[in-house]
Design a protein around this ligand. Structure first.
Ligand code: SF4
Length: 429
């Protein structure tokens, strides 16, 4: 173990990523060296998720190797924060009583005090809407801006409303005050975050209005937003994205299923037909990329209903899809539903869905070949000598040869070819 080091292990959504970055900044200011090895670190914090990708399984596995290290060396500290604490506090206490602290999302503002008591250092107070941007951030030219916390929906499989509470929206004044200072420091890309961001409303200002105000205020900056709920999608948002060049032509609009009966069981509030109609309107935006979240093996989902999800995905041709198999979440209505699908079938369906999506992506990405796109350069590519990784406005990864001095800038590239995951390109003058 290396003294004076800390490691944050993040799981889950962009909101978790944002919270982890905020705490990284607090730890850095408190004098810790941030490292990526949980085995080496003196202080390890897990920011947990109960929604995505069966992250809890990974967390239990990681803890079972870390807790014995703590038994041997009392100086090692382990803390858990995030949704899993709210859902499984008792299980943590029973399985791993050695853990130093458990902080649920609503308790997060107390983290400074908890860390102070545990480590005898001083920490800045945690702020939900603190924005971090410093040289140590992974991508100092990009920022997330949470403009909304909580969720007013009650999807039957989801724990977010129980753990994060009702929706709260930040005022445009508060949002712009924070963003102004970051844009002055050179931020090139802003992602507005909310669980159902298109439900944003502050006095008379709805999300479409806020989006247009943001686009006009930060003209040279790319603006993205996540995550949209299909039921509230105001077509004005599509028109505004089409109108402003700096609003990225990318919509993340989770369908979850392509079958109307399952959607009803999920309490999503829309049908397959209504969702398809919305997507065809979105496709009118030039070069738009659309992504989704899909769940396979929701309770009572028949083979035919699962096939409906596959056929809808074929019809839409998503540029990206985040696919999961259903896993029960304690304290959600779906957990009590009859007709649970065996996990082996859920996994089989997921494998089939991923196969279909990846083989389609290879074809879908061909439409970009031969065209020139503006991209924001992120970092060095893992593969390929002198290669850089960038993203298009549609959020697709692009690899091309170029000098590292380009990291953090916009450049134009010509797409030469495509795989099912990446666009390969050449830098243009
Ligand atoms: S909209 Fe549904 S899935 Fe999304 S956070 Fe709210 S309850 Fe969960």
């Amino acid at each position: 173990m290396k003294e004076n080091t800390a490691c944050i292990m993040n799981f889950g959504c962009q909101m978790n990523e944002y919270e982890s970055l905020t705490i990284t900044k607090m730890l850095d200011k408190a004098g810790y060296e941030l490292i990526s090895s949980a085995d080496q670190a003196e202080l390890v914090i897990f920011n947990t998720c109960t929604v995505r990708d069966n992250a809890d399984e990974k967390i239990w596995n990681r803890l079972s190797s870390l807790v014995p290290q703590k038994r041997k060396n009392k100086a090692k500290k382990i803390g858990i924060m995030g949704c899993m604490v709210e859902a499984q506090r008792e299980v943590f206490l029973k399985k791993h009583p050695e853990i130093d602290f458990l902080i649920s999302p609503v308790e997060l503002p107390q983290i400074s005090k908890v860390l102070r008591d545990l480590t005898a250092r001083s920490y800045e107070e945690y702020s939900t809407y603190e924005l971090m941007l410093d040289e140590k951030a992974k991508f100092p030219f990009r920022t997330y801006m949470p403009i909304q916390t909580g969720c007013n929906f009650n999807c039957s499989y989801c724990i977010v409303p129980a753990v994060k509470g009702r929706e709260v929206n930040l005022s445009p004044d508060e949002i712009f005050k924070k963003l102004d200072s970051l844009v002055e420091k050179g931020v090139k890309e802003i992602t507005l975050l909310g669980q159902t961001i298109n439900s944003y409303k502050h006095e008379d200002i709805k999300f479409a209005d806020l989006l247009e105000m943001t686009a006009l205020r930060y003209k040279g900056v790319w603006i993205r937003f996540l995550t949209s709920h299909p039921i509230l999608f105001d077509e004005k948002i599509i028109d505004i994205v089409a109108k402003h060049e700096n609003l990225c032509s990318y919509f993340h609009i989770p369908a979850q299923s392509g079958n109307s009966r399952i959607l009803k069981e999920m309490k999503r509030g829309y049908t397959r037909e209504k969702y398809l109609k919305l997507i065809s309107k979105m496709r009118e935006v030039k070069d738009v990329c659309i992504s989704t979240d899909m769940i396979c093996g929701f309770p009572s989902e028949t083979d035919e209903e699962f096939e409906d999800s596959l056929s809808m995905m074929r019809e839409i041709g998503y540029e990206t899809a985040f696919m999961f198999y259903y896993s029960e979440r304690k304290n959600t209505p779906a957990t009590d539903m009859d007709d649970s699908i065996p996990v082996s079938i859920r996994k089989e369906r997921l494998a089939k869905m991923i196969d279909q999506q990846l083989s389609m992506q290879g074809d879908i990405y061909q439409k970009f070949v031969g065209k020139i796109y503006k991209v924001l350069v992120e970092n060095k590519a893992r593969k390929g000598e002198n290669c850089l990784k960038a993203r298009t406005a549609g959020n697709l990864p692009v690899i091309f040869e170029g000098d590292i001095s380009l990291i953090g800038s916009f450049v134009n590239v010509k797409i030469d070819s495509a795989t099912s995951h990446t666009l390969l390109a050449t830098l243009q003058d």
